[in-house]
Design a binder for this molecule. Structure first.
Ligand SMILES: Nc1ncnc2c1ncn2[C@@H]1O[C@H](COP(=O)(O)OP(=O)(O)O)[C@@H](O)[C@H]1O
Ligand SMILES: O=C(O)C1=C[C@@H](OP(=O)(O)O)[C@@H](O)[C@H](O)C1
Ligand SMILES: [Mg+2]
Length: 170
């Protein structure tokens, strides 16, 4: 169990929890979206606008295929489980944790954010349908599901760290 992957829908807290968990466990932190922005020199909305979603998905898969570091925390993007290949890489190279948040909370967090192109292009109903359609993949890919409702970022991070330490001790 070398890497810890955080998966889940947009706005569930992957980036925020990942950063905190890396401090707590003293492990390096990688946010896939940020790494893709760094590697391409373009923002996520720019990549979607100029090259399309398919190209962005290819970049995600390439990131997972080429990533060489161990003992680190990786916050993924919400669409990473769309590809079976990505699911397989994550399950085989680390512990996968799904941050499960209720849709109304997710919507409250993401609906005004200009940096998520999929949200900008879609209605609330469409995003809710996307959340539903992706849910099974999150559940199936994850080794552990963390319910985040009514929990602070600090509580979620502590719970995630507890699960990591518990598994390490087994
Ligand atoms: N459990 C939580 N309690 C309060 N705020 C949260 C919680 N989880 C996430 N947030 C906030 O919601 C926003 C979206 O979180 P983020 O980490 O960017 O999500 P993701 O990376 O999964 O899309 C951020 O402002 C974050 O601080
Ligand atoms: O769910 C998705 O398809 C996406 C989620 C985003 O990451 P977050 O889950 O961190 O918002 C980002 O990768 C891109 O905008 C596409
Ligand atoms: Mg994020």
């Amino acid at each position: 169990m070398n890497r810890i992957y955080l998966i889940g829908f947009m706005g569930c807290g992957k980036s925020a929890v990942g950063r905190r968990l890396s401090f707590l466990l003293k492990l390096p932190f990688y946010d896939m979206d940020k790494e893709i922005v760094r590697q391409t020199g373009k923002t996520i909305p720019e990549i979607f606008e100029q090259y399309g979603e398919r190209y962005f998905r290819d970049l995600e898969t390439q990131f997972l295929q080429n990533f060489k570091n161990d003992f680190c925390i990786i916050s993924t993007g919400g669409g990473v489980t769309m590809r079976k290949e990505n699911q397989k890489i994550m399950r085989n190279t680390g512990l996968v944790m799904f941050l499960d948040a209720p849709f109304r909370e997710i919507w409250r967090r993401i609906h005004r954010d200009p940096n998520r192109p999929i949200v900008r292009q879609s209605t609330r109903d469409e995003i809710e349908a996307l959340h539903k359609s992706r849910y099974r993949d999150y559940k199936q890919t994850a080794h552990i599901t963390i319910r985040t409702e009514f929990r602070t970022l600090r509580q979620i991070t502590q719970y995630a760290a507890f699960q990591v330490n518990r598994l390490k001790g087994e």
